[in-house]
Design a binder for this molecule. Sequence first.
Ligand code: DQA
Length: 144
Amino acid sequence: MKVLFLNGPNLNLLGQREPGIYGKVTLADIELAVRAEAAKSETEVDFRQSNVEGELVTWIQQAKGEFGAIVLNAAAYTHTSVALRDAIAATGVPTIEIHISNVHARENFRHESMIAPVCVGQIAGFGLNSYLLGLSSALMITVD
Ligand code: DQA
């Protein structure tokens, strides 16, 4: 079973970026925690980040047939990207939307998710644990 973790714009700055909201953990710390957890169930993990919307679209397209699930923190593209939503719908790979912060407790523009209707579900507000919950959810919904 393979799970693809995708991270959108500015998540490469975790650790220095708005620590009051996102904490002090870096994306590398998160990747290590995800890999350690995945190893317990012999789950293969691919973990990527891009600031480029089209690159994320391409990775979602390429996931079909290779990954059992996608765990996606689309960051700001969550709230704007029809292209990401269409890519998820087009490829049909079960996708779990995750966020470090509780987007519903923040600015109004973060309450809307363009991708939520095409995702299996949404996890938000648990910090680094949103990624681990994303992994558990991926293992529950996938069979291959
Ligand atoms: C985020 C929430 C988004 O609104 C924001 O644009 C991000 C990070 C989160 O993980 O809490 O960049 O996806």
